[in-house]
Write a new protein. Structure first.
Length: 522
């Protein structure tokens, strides 16, 4: 290698160490889909550093290995290098002679060209080299126009984002320059902007334009993202047929580039679109395929997510007892990946089905797993519901001490959140559990608090049940007159709340107390 070539290679040290933001305008990626190589992230940054080290030490064999290991990240690094080289060559138009900025940019183009040649040899894809050839032919004014587009893209995530009109003009500039990647990025950013402004149809159109540009430019990961963005927007705006077409194409591209996570995420959305189109059997097939991909790729969390989707789809018209096993399987897989929200959701669904099927003991075991996951994961939105259901299941098993603990936890949780209605229900159940546990004096305080909260919140049924609990507590200490008054009040409140059965029951207890001699119980 000549001294000039060596110097060109060494210039990459500072270049490749610099932050790079050429991914502006990429389409959003749904939950479950992998982020596109080149977007900000630890894995991509590490790949960038590995390429830098190989370039700096002239390790051509290492560069070939990196191109084989992750061709899409390698391609993205080359794009970033070329974009920075372009900015360097056009950084000082009309500047003083010999300032070196243009020479430095040209040297970086040489490095980008070397990387592009390696990529082309390993993949037989010429689109990257074609883009470099187009960029090198630009005049100084064209370079400045292209740099202005980069600046506009960088501003899309800022406090003063560009207008749709500005982005449209930039997309035209990219096409005039023959830079398909640039055109795709701008159309993607324009689609996002229009979607954010509520203009769904124009946004769909620009996602289509972005997809076409990325397809022509060989930018398959970005093509997948544009297809996903289009499909999600069509799905959100109740056009499931076209959405399914776009999402199916996204899944196919993900398979082509070897992105199992992206393929699974696309298939989950595709199944949703098929269900909305009335193609439920096809949705089952798609989810089965996604589940197998997740298992084959060793992705337990995504496997859990797919199993949950299939179980929900199967139970749309009513939960089946056999679904509990699927939900538990999803919970175990989610545990492997420490996906605590998914663990809690899966075990909650399993517990509900066990309870409905009469398998209360198993339901109580499973709900405790959901409670533990919610607590570990800080899932405050779910925790109260889980604690309350745990109390119900333990109560159904006559395990009143554990029921008391769970209802007390639930009441405290709802109190912290300021949810008076939920707290009233939890305290009423806590009082009832304490009565069942043979602790009537302890039951009075939560029952009275339940009455106060229910009265303030206009919940006559909860208030009525709590009044009935106070009647039972009064009977336990032998105060029949007080008990009778509580039962009558309970009957009135329950009738007002529309619970005729419980109202009649409380009325009968009150009447029996009036008829029976002192010292007897109804």
């Amino acid at each position: 290698m000549t001294r000039g070539a060596l110097n060109a290679w060494l210039l990459a040290l500072a270049l490749l160490a610099a932050p790079v933001c050429s991914g502006a305008g990429a389409a959003p990626v749904p939950a479950g889909a992998a982020a596109m190589p080149g977007q900000a992230g630890g894995a991509e940054d590490e790949f960038f550093r590995r390429v830098r080290r190989a370039v700096t030490s002239e390790q051509t064999e290492a560069l070939y290995a990196l191109a084989v290991e992750d061709p899409w990240s390698f391609r993205e690094v080359t794009h970033q290098l070329a974009d920075l080289a372009m900015r360097q060559t056009g950084a000082a138009p009309g500047g003083s002679e010999g300032d070196g900025s243009g020479d430095e940019g040209l040297s970086r183009f040489l490095i980008a060209g070397h990387l592009a040649a390696i990529y082309m040899q390993m993949t037989e894809d010429i689109t990257l080299a074609q883009r470099l050839k187009v960029m090198q032919a630009w005049s100084p004014s064209q370079v400045q126009a292209r740099v202005a587009v980069d600046d506009l893209l960088a501003a899309t995530g800022g406090t003063a984002p560009p207008s749709p009109r500005e982005l449209e003009k930039s997309a035209d500039t990219c096409r005039e320059l023959g830079d398909l990647r640039c055109a795709g990025l701008v159309d993607g950013a324009l689609g996002q902007t229009l979607e954010r402004l509520g203009h769904a149809d124009p946004a769909v159109l620009h996602y289509e334009k972005a997809a076409a540009a990325f397809r022509a430019g060989g930018e398959l990961p970005r093509l997948r993202d544009a297809l996903l963005a289009r499909g999600q927007l069509l799905l959100d705006t109740a056009r499931p047929g076209p959405a399914a077409e776009s999402l199916g194409a996204a899944a196919a591209v993900s398979e082509q580039i070897g992105d199992a996570e992206g393929e699974i995420g696309s298939l989950i959305l595709l199944a949703e679109a098929q269900v909305a189109s009335g193609q439920t059997s096809r949705a089952f097939d798609v989810l089965s395929r996604a589940r197998q991909i997740a298992f084959d790729a060793g992705l337990p969390v995504l496997a859990a997510q797919v199993i949950l989707e299939r179980a929900r789809l199967r139970d749309a018209d009513g939960a089946r007892p056999t679904s509990a096993a699927d939900y538990e399987a999803a919970g175990r897989l989610a545990e492997q990946g420490r996906a605590l929200p998914l663990v809690a959701e899966a075990y909650l669904n399993a517990a509900r089905i066990h309870a409905a099927a009469g398998a209360t003991a198993r339901g109580a075991e499973v709900i405790e797993k959901a409670v533990a996951a919610a607590r570990l994961g800080g899932l405050s939105d779910q925790l109260g519901e889980l604690l309350f259901l745990a109390g119900e299941l333990h109560g159904d098993l006559d395990d009143w001490e554990r029921a008391v603990t769970r209802y007390r936890d639930a009441a405290a949780h709802f109190a912290r959140r300021g949810d008076d209605g939920a707290e009233a229900r939890a305290r009423q159940h806590l009082g009832a559990a304490l009565l069942e546990a043979g602790r009537p004096e302890e039951a009075r305080a939560p029952l009275m608090e339940a009455i106060r909260l229910a009265r303030a919140g206009g919940l006559p049924q909860v208030e009525g049940l709590a009044e009935g609990g106070l009647g039972a507590a009064a009977l336990a200490r032998g105060d029949r007159a007080v008990a009778q008054a509580h039962y009558r009040r309970s009957a009135e409140l329950l009738a007002a709340g529309g619970d005729a059965f419980q109202s009649l029951r409380m009325q009968r207890i009150a009447e029996e107390l009036a008829e029976r001699p002192q010292g007897s119980t109804p």
